[in-house]
Write a protein that binds this ligand. Structure first.
Ligand code: HEC
Length: 422
């Protein structure tokens, strides 16, 4: 049975063209008919490696799908492909062709059955730059480990609305994080970040460092054998590139997702990083960023040996969780949930838990003020701050249903804070 007609699959290919003319040279398809938002758009690194005693000019990539690819860059020939992260959608790759051996149950859009799959749409590696160090021979991958519950949208109720809302063919309510706190806790615990030192010749990790937050910074490795990375928890760390030993650690007061750079001025070497929290994962799957360093000051930080600078004291923001009483009936809250997931989750976070970029609505003072809520969502009262208006898509009673839902979620959060730490 083919997947429903609204499904759009990413071509998921590496394509070689002649830069002067655009002439096609070769292509290598990683995932034919992919179903999970796996793309081959992660950056690529060129290297000269000795593989099976033969010098090879290769192109290397750690795309979202969780397999590390080594291809011959002149011909596109598949040399190797090995899982560098937790992968549950495929058994592995065919060693000759590099084609994935897809598990039949992973094809949720064809079977119609929901599936929890690693990696999720964020991939096992996203846009954060990886780094190859010819001295150690390792490729350093800022990897993430987060599953996603893929649920195909029922073709009978699916509406394609290109350019306005996400029309992925994924059911926005069915695929949401469950609201039961025990399940959420398990999902949070199963979501991690990992710095991987990958050996592309031995096809295995030489060492790795685990982080509690999945979303961390890109990498810089140096001729001198150092490896720098910022973390979602707001540390800027230098490792020994050979064995992963931590050598130095700086508290940046905010989560870091960018990659550092190094340069020399008048004979002195500097390392600079843009420290700041943001990006797709915290925006959408807010709660997986629960332990991230959020709300800090974004800064450009520069370091050199022997420098004595210090950051000003950290700014702390105290947020008050004081929702009005939850008085709405269950069916109102349920309707509000459906609208919230369709219209609000992409910015304010899945199931009303924000990841530290736009306001967390559970904490909003407007929760207790139907007039202000309506002015913001339907009349553009905060348009200048980037809060879009929904007058074309939602009616006043529907935004009231959303408010009832967020009030319910604020009470759930209050209970969680009273009983648990994570
Ligand atoms: C495209 C992104 C985006 C979407 C989608 C979105 N918002 Fe917002 N929203 C924002 C931004 C940005 C702000 C305010 C930023 C600021 O002032 O710092 C905001 C602010 C708000 C505030 C004020 C919060 C406060 O206490 O300051 C409310 C209420 C709100 N949004 C409700 C909603 C509702 C309800 C939906 C869904 C119907 C929604 N938003 C969808 C981006 C979005």
């Amino acid at each position: 049975m083919p997947p429903p007609p609204y499904f759009h699959h990413s071509p998921c290919q590496v394509l070689a063209l002649k830069p002067d003319t655009g002439e096609y040279v070769w292509h290598f398809q990683q995932v034919p008919g992919e179903d999970w938002d796996y793309t081959a758009t992660q950056h690529m690194i060129l290297a000269d490696l000795t593989i099976d005693g033969r010098p090879r000019k290769v192109i290397m990539q750690a795309p979202k799908n969780g397999f590390f690819y080594v291809l011959d860059r002149a011909t596109g020939e598949f040399i190797s492909g090995t899982a560098y992260a937790k992968v549950t959608w495929a058994e592995g790759l065919d060693p000759k062709t590099g084609r994935p051996i897809v598990k039949p149950e992973a094809l949720y859009s064809t079977t119609g059955k929901p599936q929890l799959i690693y990696p999720g749409p964020g991939g096992a590696h996203n846009w954060h730059p990886m780094s190859y160090n010819p001295r150690t021979g390792y490729v350093y991958i800022p990897s993430l480990e987060a599953a996603f519950g893929y649920v195909a949208h029922d073709p009978k109720t699916f509406q394609k609305r290109p350019g306005v809302f996400w029309s992925f063919g994924i059911d926005p309510v069915g695929a949401a994080m469950p609201e039961d706190e025990a399940t959420r806790k398990a999902i949070r615990a199963g979501s991690k970040g990992r710095l991987i030192a990958w050996d592309p010749v031995q096809k295995k990790a030489a060492w790795n460092v685990e982080y509690p937050v999945a979303w961390n910074g890109g990498l810089l490795s140096t001729e001198g054998g150092l490896l720098f990375q910022g973390t979602g928890q707001g540390r800027f760390v230098a490792y020994d590139a050979k064995d992963g030993k931590k050598l130095w650690d700086f508290h940046a007061q905010t989560g870091i997702i960018a990659a550092p750079v190094t340069y020399e001025v008048d004979g002195e070497q500097y390392v600079t990083v843009l420290a700041g929290w943001g990006g797709a994962i915290p925006l959408v799957v807010g709660e997986l960023a629960l332990d991230a360093a959020k709300g800090g000051t974004n800064r450009i930080l520069t370091f050199k040996l022997g420098a004595k600078g210090e950051l000003p004291p950290m700014r702390t923001v105290v947020r008050k969780l004081a929702p009005p009483q939850a008085t709405a009936a269950k069916e109102v809250v349920d309707k509000g949930r459906a609208h919230y997931q369709q219209y609000c989750a992409a910015c304010h976070g899945d199931t009303a838990a924000a990841g530290g970029i736009v306001p967390d609505l559970r904490y909003s003072a407007t929760l207790g003020d139907a007039g202000a809520w309506k002015a913001i969502t339907l009349e553009g009262a905060m348009l200048k701050n980037g809060m879009v208006t929904f007058e074309k898509y939602l009616k006043p009673d529907e935004v009231e249903q959303i408010r009832a839902y967020v009030i319910q979620r604020a009470h759930d959060e209050k209970k969680r804070l009273e009983t648990a730490t994570k």
